[in-house]
Design a protein around this ligand. Structure first.
Ligand SMILES: Cc1ncc(C[n+]2csc(CCOP(=O)(O)OP(=O)(O)O)c2C)c(N)n1
Ligand code: SF4
Ligand SMILES: [Mg+2]
Length: 286
């Protein structure tokens, strides 16, 4: 198999958290032996939105906030692909928030990696929906994990931190395995500091708390996950790890039941359509 796309080098500032995210995706693809020619990475607009250029796979740069519907379209067209959507907190929690809600609800087997740096990095540091760190008195931050937990269809909710590579790698492998097994939407929020406009490494390093290391933590209990996430948040902690995983039915399992004809498997050879093509041409011929 000839791979026609050569990944380019990232263009991020030295120290940007997005490097860790890119490495984790590359490592996880290798860990599960995922072939590049069966992998599609799509990204939104932002510094985070250039990540698909740096991964050995097919790639697509979606409109700002529209990476999830585009990724869902790819999965719908060819469910055999590993589809990874990626983007920033602006892309996913502001302009794209409506799509995120419905992705949780539909539960397609797509991995979504949201790089949270609390700002719009690409456009030079405006506050994003998670900008609590900039001015805690004005606005409170959106919590994507709680949002996911509040929607019954959600099946995989995890958070990791670019400054903790081992945990990030483990979470990413689990997310890819969840999607590869057709278990539904694998949401990974990565706390990914922007060293240029909102350097949160020191703050976050002291606050991240791995729930999977907590004695008796049960990631299959939605109620326990809600309780733990909010208890930790009230203590000023940032809950990380595989927070929730369920067996909610995936979007594709519904198509399979209905006998949905997957576009990628439809025979589009000219001969199949020759009769209808000829009759249309006859209609318009002078
Ligand atoms: C429709 C539309 N509105 C606004 C913009 C301007 N814009 C470009 S990137 C961006 C936000 C980027 O922030 P984020 O998604 O958090 O990514 P980061 O750069 O922080 O990784 C915005 C608002 C745009 N490109 N398109
Ligand atoms: S501006 Fe911030 S988010 Fe963008 S590449 Fe630089 S450090 Fe990363
Ligand atoms: Mg951002």
């Amino acid at each position: 198999m000839t791979i026609t796309f050569t990944p380019s080098h990232p263009i991020w500032c030295a120290g940007c958290g997005h490097f860790g995210v890119k490495n984790a995706i590359v490592n996880a693809l290798a860990a599960i032996d995922q072939p590049a020619h069966d992998t599609m990475v799509l990204a939104g607009i932002g510094c985070s939105g250039t990540i698909q250029n740096n991964i050995d796979s097919y790639g697509y740069h979606a409109l700002h906030g529209r990476v999830l519907p585009t990724a869902l379209g790819v999965k719908l067209a060819n469910p055999d692909l590993m589809v990874i959507a990626a983007g920033g907190d602006g892309d996913g929690y502001a302009i794209g928030a409506g799509h995120l809600v419905h992705a949780f609800k539909r539960n397609p087997s797509v991995v979504y990696v949201l790089m949270n740096n609390g700002i719009y990095g690409l456009t030079k540091g405006q506050r994003s929906p998670t900008a609590e760190q900039i001015d805690p008195t004005t606005e409170r931050s959106i919590d994507g994990i709680s949002l996911g937990l509040s929607i019954p269809g959600s099946s995989f909710l995890a958070r990791a931190y670019s400054g903790a590579a081992d945990q990030l790698n483990a979470v990413m492998v689990a997310a890819l395995q969840h999607a590869a097994a057709g278990r539904g939407f694998a949401f990974v929020e990565v706390m990914s500091p922007c060293v240029t406009y909102n350097d949160t490494y020191a703050d976050w390093s002291g606050r991240v708390t791995d729930v999977t290391a907590m004695e008796g933590y049960d990631p299959t209990s939605r109620i326990a996950a809600f309780s733990t996430v909010h208890t930790l948040a009230e203590q000023g902690r940032i809950p990380t790890g595989l927070i929730y995983q369920s067996d909610a039915p995936s979007y594709e399992s519904a198509w399979k039941k209905e006998g949905f004809n997957v576009p990628a498997r439809i025979d589009v050879s000219r001969s199949i359509h020759q009769n209808s093509y000829s009759s249309i041409m006859e209609k318009y011929a002078f």
